[in-house]
Every structure is written in structure tokens, then in C-alpha cells.
Design a protein around this ligand. Structure first.
Ligand code: SF4
Length: 330
């Protein structure tokens, strides 16, 4: 039995043969670090800190996710993009719409913040990106790992779960897997987002080939075999949808990163559902079928009165965008 077959067997011994799409909700794109060598943000003059999305826009997107059966992978922004009060309001309302707590990926949080957020969060996500320490120092000079590990220790003490991200294809090799294994064990990581490098123009990775499906799958398979119950989310971009069955067969639970609203009902969206079937998984939710509009409006009942109108306007805009794709493809 090869490593992929073994990982698939471990997956099926611990989970139902289903999969789904997870959407990351970003409420700001501002990044005060902006010097990670692979990141698009490092090529941009840093945006104004005020460039944040409105709560209404994020709640409308949350409604879309719920009605399409997409889970919220995490909510994310630069640290301090929202005031604490605003962030609490956002999380409370996302909890109300989805009936679930959120994963929070906004950088390193202190103990008082974790305590304050704990009623609304399932866990915290540390953007570790690469587990190879030498590579990490070189690629993320202003985002050291240590503050994240300190946060993981505090969150564990408070009963908050830990998650992490890694990007394959940054120059690490599969030999580094032992370092990842050690890290997951040490910090009780219960969820991991395993992405493949998407080379960005203007960065040192511009001409670097993205990792193959086999390579990203090997990281997933080894993680699945070492940690049978861990939640693994595999990130794919819209030009890599043909990799989905390989990533699922390697033991990933879900798929993320795909621009599901912009590419709703596109051939790539359909391919993700087909690839899931090819991997023997039932795709929970849909990337191609839009529910009736009344279904979306019903969710507005959960929105506070002072935000209802604004959320409704945003919701109509999203639905229009998704329908446009539908008619364009016909
Ligand atoms: S990867 Fe680095 S530069 Fe890019 S958004 Fe995250 S912290 Fe900022």
C-alpha cells in the first residue's frame, strides 16, 4: 500500500466520505508586516489602515456561505484592523447566522484578548507558513514563530483550540515533515491549512514553479497518517482545481482558497465537485447551484435592525454577481 492509499484508509476510518468548501472571510487586507518574501502584500505600497470592509458586507458573505453550504474556514485581517468592540460585534453576529463559533486568524493575541473572545471562537490560527526554521527566518523576517507558540500555550490553557497554516513549495523538503509532526504534537494543533505556493509577480518566487499535486498531497498524507483525527484543509487556487481529487485522496477534509463567489458556477467550480466525486467523496453544499432568493432573505431575521438594510443591499449585490456568472456560462 502506498502512502496515499494508506492516508485515504486512515481518513475513511475516522471521517465520513464527504468533503466541503471552506471560505476565509477577510475583513481587511491591510498588513503592517508586509515583508514576507512570497506574499503579494510585500509588492504593494501598504494600504491605508482604514481600508477595512464593513460589518454588513462580511455578514452578507456569511449568509451566502451558510446558504451554499460553505463553512467559514476562519475570519482574518491585519491585527487591530477592527476595534475590539467591532470585532466582538462581528463574531457574535457570525455565530448567530451560522450557529457556530469562528476560527480567528488575526495574528498574535494576548491572554486578555483570548479570554474576551473565548465565548465566540472555536480556536485561533497561527500563520506559521513554513516549519523549516532557517527558511522561516529568511522568508518571514518580521513574523517570528515564537509569539505564535506562546499564544498557542495560552490558548490551550484557556480551552481554546489551535490551528496553523503552512505553504508547501517555499523551498522546504518533505524531510522537514518531522519538524511539522513535532510542532503539531507540542502545541496540540487540531486543524491545519496546507496550501501550495501561488507564485506572485514581483516577489522572489515569481518564476518558481508551484508545487505539484503529488508534493502537496504527500504533506497532507503524512499529516493524516501521523494524526488520524486532525482537521486538514487543502488550499487550491482556481488554476489548480484538477488537483482536488489527489488532495482529498491524501486525506484532506476540505478545500479552500478557491474564489467561490467570483467563480461561482464556473467550469472550475464544477470541476471541484467532479474531482470530489472522483475521490469518492460526497460534496456537501454547492459551488454551482444557487438556492432561491427567499432562502437568503430568511437569514436577515437574524441580523440586528440597525444593520439589516445594509446587509440586504450587500446580499443583493453578491447574488447578482453570482447570477451573472450563471447566465454568462449558459
Ligand atoms: S504573509 Fe506576511 S506580508 Fe503577507 S499578509 Fe501575512 S504577514 Fe503580511
Amino acid at each position: 500500500m502506498n502512502i496515499i492509499e494508506k492516508a485515504n484508509k486512515v481518513y475513511l476510518g475516522n471521517f465520513k466520505p464527504v468533503t466541503w468548501f471552506e471560505r476565509a472571510l477577510f475583513f481587511s487586507w491591510y498588513c503592517k508586516i508586509a515583508d514576507c518574501k512570497y506574499c503579494y502584500m510585500s509588492t504593494q505600497p501598504n494600504k491605508n489602515k482604514e481600508a477595512v470592509r464593513s460589518i454588513a458586507s462580511i455578514l452578507a458573505e456569511t449568509i451566502i456561505c451558510k446558504k451554499l453550504g460553505w463553512k467559514i474556514g476562519f475570519i482574518s485581517s491585519g491585527h487591530n484592523a477592527y476595534s475590539t468592540e467591532k470585532l466582538l460585534l462581528l463574531m457574535k453576529n457570525i455565530n448567530k447566522i451560522t450557529g457556530k463559533k469562528v476560527w480567528l486568524n488575526i495574528g498574535v493575541l494576548e491572554e486578555d484578548e483570548l479570554t474576551l473572545f473565548s465565548p465566540y471562537i472555536e480556536g485561533v490560527v497561527g500563520a506559521i507558513e513554513t516549519i523549516n526554521p532557517k527558511l522561516h527566518d529568511e522568508l518571514c523576517p518580521s513574523k517570528p514563530v515564537e509569539p505564535f507558540t506562546k499564544m498557542f500555550e495560552v490558548s490551550r490553557k484557556l480551552g481554546i483550540k489551535n490551528a496553523m497554516t503552512i505553504i508547501t513549495g517555499l523551498g522546504e523538503t518533505i524531510k522537514d515533515f518531522d519538524l511539522l509532526k513535532e510542532f503539531i504534537e507540542k502545541y496540540d494543533i487540531e486543524k491545519i491549512h496546507i496550501y501550495g505556493l501561488n507564485p506572485q509577480k514581483g516577489t522572489m518566487f515569481e518564476d518558481v514553479k508551484p508545487p505539484t499535486a503529488e508534493y502537496q498531497s504527500e504533506w497532507i498524507a503524512r499529516t493524516r497518517i501521523a494524526f488520524p483525527k486532525i482537521d486538514i484543509q487543502a488550499g487550491i487556487w482556481d488554476d489548480k482545481v484538477e488537483n482536488v481529487s489527489a488532495l482529498l485522496e491524501a486525506g484532506a477534509n476540505s478545500i479552500s482558497k478557491f474564489p467561490a463567489i467570483r467563480k461561482f458556477n464556473s467550469k472550475e467550480a464544477l470541476r471541484i465537485e467532479e474531482e470530489s466525486e472522483k475521490a469518492g467523496r460526497v460534496f456537501d453544499g454547492s459551488l454551482v447551484k444557487l438556492p432561491k432568493e427567499e432562502e437568503f432573505s430568511k437569514e436577515l431575521e437574524k441580523i440586528p435592525n440597525n444593520l439589516k438594510r445594509e446587509v440586504d443591499i450587500k446580499l443583493i449585490k453578491y447574488i447578482k454577481l453570482m447570477k451573472k456568472r450563471k447566465s454568462k456560462d449558459k
